[in-house]
Design a protein around this ligand. Structure first.
Ligand SMILES: [Zn+2]
Length: 440
């Protein structure tokens, strides 16, 4: 050995192993823990992450931190499970004109716009999403690339292409027209074979009843749920008659839900079949704020992952858009319908309808949560449970993910300050861990 290097080598040998070994795990130390179970928040928490799992959870002075773990201070922060958003549209990036979006970018959804939304969600601390209308091949290919670690993104569940009544439907890349009941069976099976997690139906009308019945029967025989778009009373009646599992949206075109619909809801639940409903109120309740102050739409993070031509196109469309405010009654209508459905035993699922105008992936989820807490009066700890543990349980993976508890997959975020008072603390998380890897 070189005479000059020998003392240095001896010094290195004398150093404790921790100084130059790779960390074998992370220790998140100091923050307030909201674990997603609905439990009381715990101050001065310690969360140990090893490999892809949460290894242990405790508090300072009680849970020892292994010496070879990398210490990550969460002082002044809130530590939470990664959020879920079970109603998203990754192919959109907030452009106000769907027709223009489809005709310009359909061949770039798989390589550009869906991965951009996936990246924005992950950076926003949303570690699992469910996409409810997107070309099946596109979303399945992006999901494979994320799972293989080729591109960053949340865990993706999806309905793939939405099934719609055939005939007059003009070409849209995210729907699959159904011509008759036999075609409904065939296409439902094709979707399930392609790997979708749920079947989505759009624009069901009275003439589509037999087709929708066939879709539900075929999906249920394969153990797959069916969800229907439900902004109009006609859509709701057809969907409830067919026995769909979950309804999307709350319509604001009528002031109340008619008694016959509420009776159908009540009878079904009384008969022992739960009914799930994903209201997506943020796109409505946040519209006045957007109209008053569209500046936040200019935030560069809303365009993360997009090439310059698409970013420019969206920015121009936003600057030319007419910001219409809603009648004051819209908020009252939503509150009344949510209350009426809740009284009849509906189980609400969480979702933001991300991708539509004013709801880019980097913002949609926390804005939806904020609308529930500050407009509809939901308890914030319950809201976090709803957007984490409850969403995971509904998707059938509640034993694997959704809370910050030992043994679960380490989808964990930390935000500065407290979402118990300000949901906007979730706007830019300080840290995001996905399957135990720190990605932000
Ligand atoms: Zn939607």
């Amino acid at each position: 050995m070189n005479r000059l290097l020998a003392p240095l080598f001896a010094l290195l040998l004398a150093m404790p192993a921790t100084l130059y070994a790779q960390p074998v795990g992370y220790a998140l130390v100091g923050g307030l823990l909201i674990d997603g179970s609905g439990a009381e928040p715990m101050p001065n928490s310690i969360v140990l992450i090893r490999d892809d799992r949460i290894e242990a959870v405790g508090s300072i002075g009680r849970l020892p931190v292994p010496q070879d773990y990398q210490l990550v201070s969460t002082e002044g922060m809130t530590v939470m499970p990664g959020l879920w958003d079970p109603h998203v549209h990754l192919l959109y990036n907030g452009h106000p004109d769907f027709g223009h979006w489809f005709s310009s970018y359909a061949d770039r959804f798989a390589d550009v716009t869906i991965p951009a939304s996936a990246l924005q969600f992950l950076m926003a601390g949303v570690t699992s999403v469910r996409d409810l209308a997107v070309n099946t091949d596109d979303i399945i290919s992006v999901r494979k690339r994320i799972t293989a670690g080729e591109i960053p993104g949340p865990t993706i569940y999806t309905a793939g292409s939405a099934l719609v009544p055939g005939g007059a439907a003009s070409y849209r890349p995210h729907v699959m027209p159904v011509e008759n009941p036999r075609d409904a069976v065939r296409k439902t099976r094709a979707q399930i074979n392609a790997g979708v997690d749920i079947i989505k139906v759009l624009q069901a009308n009275e003439g589509f009843q037999e087709e929708l019945n066939a879709i539900v029967e075929t999906a249920h025989a394969a153990g797959i749920r069916v969800t229907a778009h439900g902004r109009t009373d006609e859509e709701l009646r057809v969907a409830l008659r067919a026995g769909v599992d979950e309804i999307q949206h709350i319509g604001i075109d009528t002031p109340t839900l008619p008694e016959d619909i509420l009776d159908m809801v009540q009878q079904r639940i009384a008969g022992g079949t739960p009914l799930y409903w994903n209201p997506t109120v943020g796109t409505v309740l946040n519209r006045d704020e957007l109209a008053a102050d569209p500046e936040w739409l200019d935030d560069p993070k809303n365009f993360a992952g997009l090439p310059q031509d698409i970013e420019l196109d969206i920015r121009q469309a936003i600057s030319n858009a007419e910001f219409t405010t809603l009648p004051r009654s819209a908020s009252d209508i939503i509150k009344r319908k949510v209350q009426n459905l809740g009284e009849r035993g509906v189980i609400f699922t969480f979702g933001s309808d991300e991708g539509t105008f004013g709801h880019p992936a980097s913002e949609a989820t926390w804005r939806e949560l904020e609308a529930w807490v500050f407009e509809l009066g939901m308890d914030p700890v319950a809201a976090i449970k709803w957007a984490t543990a409850d969403s995971a349980a509904y998707m059938g993976v509640g034993d694997e993910v959704g809370t910050v508890t030992p043994g679960k997959l380490a989808d964990v975020i930390a935000v500065k300050g407290s979402p118990l008072r300000h949901f906007s603390t979730l706007r830019e998380p300080a840290m995001v861990f996905k399957n135990g890897k720190r990605v932000r």
